[in-house]
Design a protein around this ligand. Sequence first.
Ligand code: ZN
Ligand code: ZN
Length: 410
Amino acid sequence: MTIDPVKLDKLAQVAIKVGLQLAEGQDLVMTAPMSAAPLVRRITEHAYQAGAGLVTTIYSDEEATLARYKHANSASFDKAAGWLYSGMAEAFRNNAARLAISGDNPMMLAGQDPDKVTRAMRANSAAYKPALQLITGFDINWNIVSYPTTAWAKLVFPNDSEEDAVTKLADAIFKASRVDQEDPIAAWAEHNANLKKRWTWLNDKSFASLHYTGPGTDLTVGLADGHRWKGGASEAKNGITCNPNIPTEEVFTTPHKLRVDGYVAGTKPLSHNGALIEEMQARFEGGKLVEFKAAKNGDLFNTVLDTDEGGRRLGEVALVPHSSPISASGILFFNTLYDENASCHIAQGQCYSDCFVGGKGLSQEQISAQGGNTSNIHIDWMIGSDKINIDGVHADGTTEPVMRGGEWAN
Ligand code: ZN
Ligand code: ZN
């Protein structure tokens, strides 16, 4: 056995009790790669023990996905299972909780026709949007956890045997998810309290913008009017407090879609749909990413940015200290859930409507008027390191340090 069954069971318990705080009688819609079935089964047990109404799992299969790329006709790549996402949206409107298990081979689509990959992704994002908006808008409690699949583990630890790679990735996941601790639920309560201290400070300061300086970086990120910082546990509109990302180390808010200026260098490679985009460099003007270059796969990322009107504008700005446990592990996970929590980051595309004061009651029009961006994409990319300084800029132009050398300044 390469995956510790006790820790796997604790991870399932954390997903239900901390991640979702699944309520008595609540239904659960779960998605997972087929190879994550051992975790799906543990989670399903804990869900029913917690009083779940009905647990429904939708599995994906890498080989079936690849069969489409190999054999499907061209028209297939403009299709998406809209009927499935409509059903998911209906479930969420009826208060079903949402759990995603990440663990797909990040390089699954490497080597496939980029045009087909982009078209399939676009069709899928558009079809998924109604369901995604209920998730990002926190209508319901939701959570993502991950499972160490063999393909993913071999990518992260290419020099190890399959068995050793899976063991190492499993241990890294368990540690980052705090299930290596005696009482993971208590550990999460403490972690949430620490994150709360940080976002409370940022909310009290109510900065107009953040100014980043570092190698290849001199960037001002204006914050949306009435923005609100969040991190860790979050209360959904259905009244349930969930921990959407397991693990999480970030505090984050909504930038102003028209007030981002300057240039910024990526500090870690970005794994996107089977491609690794390396040494990213971007220039922003009036909120728009007007110039993008990368040492590798820059063209591909430019295409992704042109997905729609909002693709070149920011939807998220997040602060993570360089000393965070995931950063300290030194592992490149090729998985945003992990890599974004190793570093300060920004995201192209859709904003979180809940990152506004009174966000739960704001209409899409109000959010937009306050500077919130809309897009079918949400792609985080890493701009933090031990060489980055960040100042908070007040509306009157005065500044105070937020981070120095990648660590909290106070
Ligand atoms: Zn983030
Ligand atoms: Zn994000």
